[in-house]
Design a protein around this ligand. Structure first.
Ligand code: ZN
Length: 755
């Protein structure tokens, strides 16, 4: 107050229409980082006020200076922190490797009012004067050393990543380089098979791999971590990667040694003894890693060995502690995200908290992999905004130093993850400082990103946050589909109404704002439609009189109208822009929407009689890059398309439930006849009479085949043939399967189901 009374409470950095009173001063022989920091300050100030502040690489002669300096920052700032200070009319920004640039952004954001809201979307307020308090003195250090999430284009837009203070992805020298990286092949997830490849070693050394179900296993196996040769092979590979990176001058410090993405841990006598003693399957793993880390340390004390504490290895060992150079990466994949971790009552979250609290006590460094993103019903309401923020705060309080919020859908261009840009913005802000209030940031974001539609979007967010969720009954995990979420039609319709109001409000706003609102409307529409389709209220193929009779015809008409709107958007934009689900399901979700848009009552099938299930409804994906299974044009197929399954490895099966994604309405317990139209071709060098594909149905409860028929290439003669699978007493959880017994390629046109 005394300062204000004396009349210099604020320093005017730039004022529209006036020549610049300041000079940006960087050291002589400035680093690319210092030069870039000065350019950023200059360029954004110019956009803000129309004033260009000159840059000098010397001690200034000008009266007023903004000093940007990375030369000798206080070591306490580390690589990320910065100091801001106003002294006698001058402004000083100093910081570490990345901290200097963050300091510049802090000034522009906090006092200039600039906000980098999304890749390609910056909010620059209408202002004539850029002022800074004359008593400014601020030191900031981030809540986490490594800050990473993958919402929106953060991983591919270097500038946006740096402005968001996300330091994990590639950053060039001018941005201060990224935080020390994980090795490429030895990255942060699932490296056992890379380290000891079963194709290379299993035949001669089955003892390198997990022992379970009574024998050493090649498939869906892990490593035998007490085998001395495995230790030697892994150590050699890790050391080779370290030497490679050091020779190349790569910014790599972390080497991942972690389990494959399935169970199958080793139960041999030695491994099992350690696990039993440690009361956890992390026992043999940490024992192994500690021995590797001890050897690595002799040559490379700076290197961190990282591992996943994931699924079976999530529970910490009872006695063992990770060495100081071992970092567990603890994964919350089983957890609910509709409520913050610290207050969550879902049993998986309760167990996760207990594991985390133990890991942090025994670990020198700890990283978290949090799963707020949704891989299945990606555009649908998730109720996780507060969770993203509060989880970040909770992990910081637990002493976690590196944090990854996984939010991605498959494509970087995707526009259809619900509120993704807002989640990205909040996640970035929270990882820097989760103690500031979230609400003003959210309001700031919505009012700029959605323009005059912002108040309606905020109303929608409040409506979503008010929805009752009971995580103990309907947990929302990374793979929960909308039909399993607690959202009522009333809520989803109200949400659509609010987005429609937002749309009307932005009629005369910029194309960017309109586009932001447009995708919000799309998500809201798709959510209601998706609940209808995936909740099973409608099926594209109906061989059930009961189902056809019970359909709500008015609702069908409404949903078909929405489906037609959605299809218009699908036709307008490339697949990677309109992602409805993760890559395993996206094609099917789209196929179902298209089927509904084109459907006639009762739904496209001949209810009660005979119906066909085209390949588009039963395939997983439509990715041309998949080498093993894809959909392709085929003149001999009834609809011109077929699923092509190409895999020579014996025993590899392709499975799908009729019931899955509700493609077919049938009556459980009723008898149907199933036929499948296929074409089998042997791969080169395989005798036609040996090339066999077996098709059928599998009951996963009793774990046996219900129907099974084999076709040789000789029988198929390279032509399309009908295979009668026989009579099937319908059960919801029966799987369709195809197993290639010998090297062959087969194509599938359709199924026929007759009541
Ligand atoms: Zn073992």
């Amino acid at each position: 107050m005394a300062v204000a009374a004396r009349g210099f409470a604020e320093i005017t950095v730039a004022e529209r229409g006036q020549p610049s009173a300041y000079t940006l001063v960087i050291p002589a022989k400035a680093s690319p980082n210092e030069r870039y920091a000065a350019q950023e300050f200059r360029d954004w100030t110019l956009k803000l006020t129309g004033v260009e502040i000159p840059i000098r690489e010397t001690t200034p002669v000008a009266a007023k200076a903004i000093y940007l300096n990375r030369e000798k920052p206080d070591p306490a700032l580390g690589d990320e922190g910065f100091d801001l200070e106003a002294v006698g009319g001058d402004i000083r920004v100093s910081g570490g490797r990345r901290g200097l640039l963050y300091g510049v952004y802090e000034l522009l954001e906090r006092f200039g009012g600039i906000a980098w809201l999304d890749s390609g979307f910056t909010d620059i307020p209408q202002t004539d004067v850029f002022k800074i308090p004359s008593d400014l003195k601020d030191r900031q250090l981030p809540a986490f050393d490594r800050r990473v999430h993958d919402w929106r284009q953060i991983s591919s837009d270097i500038s946006f990543s740096a402005r968001s203070r996300i330091n994990h992805y590639y950053l060039p020298e001018r941005h201060g380089r990224s935080y020390p990286k994980f090795d490429g092949p030895l990255g942060w997830g699932h490296t056992f098979s890379y380290l000891v490849n079963p194709d290379q070693y299993f035949d001669e050394h089955p003892e390198y791999f997990s022992f379970f179900k009574g024998k050493r296993q090649k498939h869906y196996s892990q490593l035998c971590l007490t085998n001395p040769d495995v230790f030697k092979i892994v150590l050699e590979k890790v050391l080779a990667r370290i030497r490679h990176n050091k020779t190349k001058g790569n910014n790599v410090k972390y080497y991942g040694i972690s389990q494959n993405d399935w169970n199958g841990y080793c139960e041999c006598e030695k491994c099992a003894a350690i696990d039993a003693r440690e009361e956890s399957h992390a026992g043999a793993l940490i024992d192994f890693l500690n021995r590797i880390a001890e050897e690595v340390e002799k040559e490379h004390p700076d290197v961190i060995i990282q591992t996943l504490s994931y699924m079976y290895s999530r529970k910490p060992p009872k006695n063992l502690k990770p060495r100081r150079n071992v970092m567990p990466l603890l994964c919350s994949i089983e957890c609910d995200f509709s409520k913050p971790m610290a207050e969550n009552r879902f049993e998986e979250n309760v167990a996760f908290r207990a594991d985390l609290e133990k890991w942090r006590k025994i670990s020198n460094r700890l990283m978290i992999w949090d799963y707020a993103g949704n891989w299945r019903s990606t555009p649908c309401p998730q109720h996780n905004l507060r969770t993203i923020w509060e989880n970040t705060r909770y992990y910081r309080a637990q002493g976690v130093t590196e944090l990854f919020h996984e939010g991605k859908v498959l494509s970087k261009e995707s526009q259809t993850e619900e509120l993704a840009a807002l989640k990205a913005y909040l996640a970035s802000k929270a990882m820097w400082n989760p103690d500031r209030p979230m609400r003003p940031l959210m309001e700031r974001f919505c009012n700029a990103y959605y323009g005059k539609g912002g108040p309606f979007v905020l109303e929608y967010i409040d409506l979503l946050e008010r929805q009752p969720v009971d995580e103990t009954k309907t947990p929302i995990i990374y793979s929960t589909t909308i039909d399993k979420m607690p959202w009522t039609d009333e809520f989803l319709n109200e949400a659509r109404g609010l987005w429609r109001k937002a749309e009307a409000a932005v009629a005369d706003e910029s194309a960017a704002v309109k586009s932001n609102v447009f995708w919000g409307v799309f998500c809201a529409d798709y959510s209601l439609l998706s609940k209808y389709i995936h909740g099973g209220e409608w099926r594209p193929v109906i061989v059930s009189e009961k189902f056809a009779a019970s359909m709500d015809r008015d609702k069908f008409e409404t949903m078909r109208r929405i489906a037609r709107d959605i299809v218009a958007v699908l036709d307008k934009y490339p697949d990677q822009v309109v992602v409805l689900s993760s890559y395993l399901n996206d094609f099917r979700h789209k196929a179902l929407v298209r089927a509904l848009a084109a459907a006639e009552l009762p739904g496209g099938g001949d209810a009660g009689g005979k119906a066909t299930v085209q390949d588009g409804l039963i395939t997983y994906n439509d990715f041309p890059k998949s080498k093993t299974i894809f959909r392709e044009r085929d003149e001999g197929a009834t609809d011109g398309w077929a699923i092509h399954v190409h895999k020579s490895e014996p025993g590899w099966a392709w499975t799908m439930t009729f019931h899955m994604h509700n493609a077919v309405a049938f009556d459980e317990g009723v008898k149907y006849r199933l036929r499948v139209r296929v074409r089998v071709t042997p791969e080169e060098g395989v005798a036609p009479e040996k090339a066999i594909v077996t098709s059928g149905l599998f009951d996963r409860n009793v774990r046996e085949d219900v129907l099974s028929k084999s076709v040789s290439a000789a029988a198929s003669k390279g032509e399309w043939v009908w295979v009668d699978l026989g009579e099937w007493t319908a059960k919801n959880d029966n799987y369709i399967f195809h197993v290639s017994s010998h090297g062959c390629t087969f194509k599938l046109d359709l199924f026929e189901i007759t009541r």
